[in-house]
Write a new protein. Structure first.
Length: 154
């Protein structure tokens, strides 16, 4: 049986948005996180098994900001008004919203294809997941997410 990739919902959505439309694996990050490895697996095998994680995942573990079992990075709250300044806290907020929207719980297992199908079928008003982000950015993200879903499921 395939060992699942532990992934936070927002990380999956970020990969869909940024890398599925072009089907290009991102380069390794200077921060050391594993977005490039996870994106590569998802791009080459749509049936890659995923396990929903909350708080941290397999992408986070090698990152230089992963300290004491959580992200120690901060976010620009002048850009994301109303967001908590802690990236960890903001990620939790976003992931809980995605879980409610997509009827997911921590530990649930599904393939990359199934996750994309849920986004397509149950994503609804995706912009409402990110109310702290400026409207123009949210609109652009939703367009990119939809393009990524379409490309991945084609």
């Amino acid at each position: 049986m395939q060992t699942p990739i532990r992934i936070m919902p927002h990380h999956f959505v970020d990969i869909v948005r940024a890398h599925f439309p072009t089907a290009q694996t991102p380069p390794p990050s200077p921060l050391g996180h594993d977005v490039h490895r996870v994106a590569e697996k998802l791009l080459h095998d749509k049936n890659t098994l995923l396990q929903v994680a909350i708080g941290s995942d397999d992408i986070c573990i090698p990152c230089t900001h992963f300290v004491g079992g959580r992200c120690d990075s901060t976010i620009d709250t002048t850009f994301r008004k109303g967001a908590p300044p802690s990236m960890h806290d903001y990620n939790l907020l976003i992931d809980h919203r995605w879980c409610r929207r997509l009827n997911l719980s921590e530990g649930d297992r599904l393939t990359g294809r199934q996750f994309c199908e849920r986004l397509q079928d149950d994503g609804g008003n995706m912009a409402s997941i990110y109310p702290e982000t400026p409207a123009a950015t949210r609109t652009q993200w939703v367009e990119q997410i939809r393009a990524g879903i379409a490309a991945y499921l084609a």
